[in-house]
Ligand binder design. Structure first.
Ligand SMILES: *[C@@H]1O[C@H](CO)[C@@H](O)[C@H](O)[C@H]1NC(C)=O
Ligand SMILES: *[C@@H]1O[C@H](CO)[C@@H](O)[C@H](O)[C@H]1NC(C)=O
Ligand SMILES: *[C@@H]1O[C@H](CO)[C@@H](O)[C@H](O)[C@H]1NC(C)=O
Ligand SMILES: *[C@@H]1O[C@H](CO)[C@@H](O)[C@H](O)[C@H]1NC(C)=O
Ligand SMILES: *[C@@H]1O[C@H](CO)[C@@H](O)[C@H](O)[C@H]1NC(C)=O
Length: 358
């Protein structure tokens, strides 16, 4: 599958929810449910979606600097957890398991319903027996996005100090440890990364690079949204074969066929119309089930920081991204503003500045 450059956004699920929701009723039914969370239903949220990046940016900066005096609100955390559980059974939806499929089963891609793939023996052998997050709870979790805002943050130690660390899209850690840390308990990998970063694994050196990176995962969870869009399984089958051949110690997981609809449904019911959630938002939403406190790092959907200095889209490469384009798949500024509201209410902590070691 070929995609244009702007679609190769790291930390995204490469899906076409927009089309999907235009052609089905799922989204609409969910909208009619009564919104139960009122704490972030502020009218300005929708304005973010179209125009006015400069103005928005100003608003965001005014709302920032909430790190001092931030306190978790455990009551609110538990309200949100309960509410999300009405949409999402995160323990189950985090991965399909062996007993869900047989080798040879034909499955429709979640967002490309006319396309199918067949469950290979290789895939089946790598499906977990039980959910990788079965019965798990953590005191504090870090969800680490990939924004260049992390550079020179010094947040590595703080990130590694959390009980559970979630990272996105197999982002490199070596060479960035001071700012992003090294620990990973759960790492996502979109199939698109195999093409964009590992050249489709056609050459031995590319395979070797991927193997090296996967070895660093050291028995933690590798989460691959393989069933989203057509062609997803093509690259993933190759990765899976490498994992088996080299006996790599990673615990593979593949999100359920309903996860993305459930996550979108939750936010939509709260009037946050996120057509295609970023992986970061998916991870926050899932983590509410397992984590008492959630700390977000590396989320910053703007080309400049609060002082006007340029900020890379990714901390590790020079990829460009048009944050405010309506053509792109995501609504990162809208997501960010939503997270910011949750931060200000004590539901999560969003770190966008340097980490001060205490
Ligand atoms: C944003 O809105 C202003 C008017 O409010 C308009 O002049 C401008 O062209 C718009 N920009 C974009 C990118 O749509
Ligand atoms: C915590 O959140 C709950 C629910 O939104 C709210 O009623 C309560 O006032 C909050 N507590 C504090 C200390 O802000
Ligand atoms: C999960 O917890 C339930 C109830 O607390 C227990 O019965 C079950 O054995 C646990 N399962 C695993 C895999 O730990
Ligand atoms: C690590 O976490 C503990 C509490 O869990 C805290 O007391 C300590 O300050 C943290 N260290 C860093 C470097 O964040
Ligand atoms: C890999 O995991 C083992 C067991 O959890 C741990 O002792 C070791 O330090 C880890 N190595 C790295 C490089 O994280």
């Amino acid at each position: 599958m070929r995609l244009s450059r702007k679609h190769w956004t790291v930390c995204t699920i490469s899906v076409l929810l927009v089309l999907f929701y235009k052609t089905t009723d799922i989204g609409r039914n969910e909208v009619h449910q009564k919104a139960s969370l009122t704490w972030y239903l502020e009218p300005s949220a929708t304005r973010l979606m179209a125009n006015g990046s400069e103005k928005l940016f100003g608003n965001v900066l005014n709302g920032l600097d909430l790190g001092v005096g931030w306190k978790i609100n455990a009551t609110l955390v538990s309200i949100i957890r309960k509410d999300i559980l009405r949409y999402l059974d995160a323990e189950r939806d985090v991965s399909v398991i062996k007993s869900n499929f047989k080798p040879g089963d034909t499955i429709r891609y979640v967002l490309d319903r006319r396309r199918t793939f067949s469950v290979s023996q290789t895939l089946h052998s790598l499906l977990p027996e039980v959910s990788p997050l079965k019965n798990k709870t953590f005191k504090t979790c870090a969800v680490v996005g990939n924004s260049g805002i992390l550079l020179k943050s010094g947040c590595g130690k703080e990130i590694d100090n959390h009980s559970f660390v979630i990272r996105c899209n197999l982002a490199p850690l070596e060479g960035f440890a001071d700012d992003v840390g090294l620990r990973s308990d759960f790492t996502t990998m979109n199939p698109s990364v195999i093409q964009r970063v590992y050249g489709g694994l056609r050459e031995e050196t590319q395979q070797e690079n991927l193997i090296q990176r996967l070895r660093q995962l050291n028995d933690s969870v590798l989460w691959i949204p393989a069933f989203m869009v057509k062609g997803g399984m093509k690259h993933v089958d190759t990765v899976n074969e490498l994992i088996l051949k080299h006996k790599l110690k990673v615990r593979t997981a593949y999100p359920s066929l309903r996860l993305i609809h459930a996550v979108r449904g939750f936010w939509l019911t709260n009037k946050i119309n996120i057509k295609r959630p970023t992986t970061g938002l998916l991870m926050y939403t899932m983590a509410t089930r397992f984590c008492d406190e959630i700390y977000l790092y590396g989320f910053w959907p703007f080309p400049k920081d609060a002082s006007g200095n340029p900020v890379q889209y990714h901390y590790f490469d020079g990829l460009k991204y048009r944050y405010f384009s309506n053509a792109g798949p995501h609504r990162m500024p809208l997501e960010f503003q939503t997270l910011q509201r949750l931060h200000s209410k004590g539901a999560l902590k969003l770190t966008t500045s340097k980490c001060t070691s205490t």
